[in-house]
Design a protein around this ligand. Structure first.
Ligand SMILES: *Cc1c(COP(=O)(O)O)cnc(C)c1O
Length: 427
């Protein structure tokens, strides 16, 4: 691979932006306000994506439909609420490499992990352990531990940690293989991330799925940091289930409704291993109010409640934007844009600032760490905030910076380097 030719100048960044085929999408988003005359440098789409104006419009549309149609909006408005969730299917399929029957927009991420573990974590007295990575997001760890507890197992013993291979939090998949070899028959579930939230490492999801199959256990993927960030082939990789949120790279707003995937092999008419509610009933007979569920086809069977339309509306706008931009163009830009960030960090701050994110296994995000111990990471981060740079701080010492290819520019990245330099001078 040839080394991409970058230059450390604003003129270069501006020229890159002029060449960027996705540049027009920036205008679709609302950026946060100026601070002390400084415009925003928002590089935090891995935590909360910016608001697409179209998303705000879709919410207003549904408020208007509610006003105009009241209960009849379920059937007669432009996008009837009874089938509203279906508008997310095509986009989710494209982003995750799934078949339409395999995906559903519902609930929120941690809730979905539980809902799916209710179906796919089926411990026996011999096979009950759950594997998580040692730096797993707390919610995932709590969810796994509580599932163990609910089934009468001690999480201290039943939760197996896949430890990172070094202090930088790098996960070596050979270590996971060793765990699977050692605990094989005792493992009921691998609950692992698509992209590790702390370091930004893109995991080898295919290999994790293969290892799970070899061990004869279920595999569940948390795609919070993967969806809208890296391309995936869930159907082919074939985890049992996956879940994600939509407020990070998918820009659907705080607490927006999440997504779930259940592999086709589990979508059989005789599989009734779900927590049921009336929205899992087939649409045609749902309002016959039967005593026994008439199961919906596909992942819809896992849907319990009638969904919150106002929280779902921005997802529809966001997925449209992703489809218009195209995943191929987005990942190509992400590689170049995050590559530029990495190059600038190395060029300007080598020795002082390091990067935890492995170069060949990364998406948009870089996790920066202060290597020069005379510097105070938190003070630098606070100074960055004053300079109207939004990244995020993760204890004990990591600054996560994620240029989102849908709305961030090369000028954003260059300006970040400028302000980071200022923050370091004063830090
Ligand atoms: C963001 C994130 C969550 C958040 O869970 P919610 O249920 O949406 O609040 C959980 N797990 C991971 C790995 C995350 O990155």
């Amino acid at each position: 691979m040839s080394v991409p030719a970058y230059e450390d100048s604003r003129a270069f960044a501006e020229a890159e932006d002029r060449r960027d085929p996705l540049a027009r999408f920036r205008a679709e988003f609302n950026f946060p306000r100026d601070k002390d005359g400084l415009g925003p440098v928002y590089l935090c789409g891995n935590s909360l994506g910016l608001q697409p104006e179209r998303g705000a419009r879709y919410v207003r549309d549904e408020l208007a439909n509610w006003a105009d149609w009241a209960v009849d909006g379920h059937f007669h408005s432009e996008r009837p609420w009874t089938s509203y969730h279906k508008h997310a299917v095509a986009g989710f399929c494209e982003l995750t490499g799934s078949k339409p029957r395999e995906v559903i927009a519902m609930n929120t991420l941690t809730v979905n992990l539980h809902v799916l573990m209710a179906s796919f974590y089926k411990p026996t007295s011999e096979r009950y352990k759950i594997v998580v990575e040692s730096k797993a997001f707390p919610s995932d760890r709590y969810a796994a531990a509580s599932q163990l507890r609910l089934h009468g197992h001690d999480p201290e013993e039943g939760l197996i940690e896949w430890r990172s291979a070094n202090d930088d939090g790098y996960y070596d998949h050979d270590d996971l293989e060793a765990i699977v070899r050692e605990h094989g028959d005792g493992i009921a579930l691998l609950l692992l991330p698509g992209v590790q939230y702390y370091t930004g490492q893109v995991m080898d999801m295919q290999r994790m799925c293969e290892l799970g199959r070899e061990a004869g256990c279920a595999v569940g993927l948390d795609l919070a940091h993967a969806v809208g960030n890296v391309p995936m082939q869930l159907h082919d990789w074939a985890p049992d289930f996956a879940a994600w949120c939509t407020y990070k790279y998918l820009n659907s707003g705080p607490g927006a409704i999440g997504g779930a995937f259940i592999h086709e092999r589990h979508l059989t008419p005789d599989n009734l291993d779900q927590l049921h509610g009336w929205w899992g009933n087939a649409e045609e007979t749902r309002f016959e109010m039967r005593k026994r569920i008439d199961p919906a086809d596909g992942a819809e069977l896992w849907q319990m409640s009638n969904p919150p339309i106002l929280s779902m509306a921005p997802i529809m706008a966001s997925l449209e934007l992703f489809m218009e931009a195209g995943l191929g163009a987005l990942t190509a830009k992400a590689e170049r844009l995050t590559g530029y960030l990495a190059w600038l960090i190395e060029r300007r701050f080598a020795g002082r600032i390091g990067t935890l994110t492995p170069e060949r296994e990364r998406g948009c995000q870089l996790s920066l760490i202060v290597r020069d111990h005379s510097l105070n990471g938190k003070a630098i981060f606070d100074r960055l905030c004053e300079l109207n740079v939004t990244g995020d701080w993760r204890e004990p010492d990591v600054i996560r910076i994620a240029p989102a290819p849908l709305y961030n520019s090369f000028v954003d990245v260059h300006e970040f380097a400028e302000r980071f330099e200022r923050a370091l001078e004063r830090g």
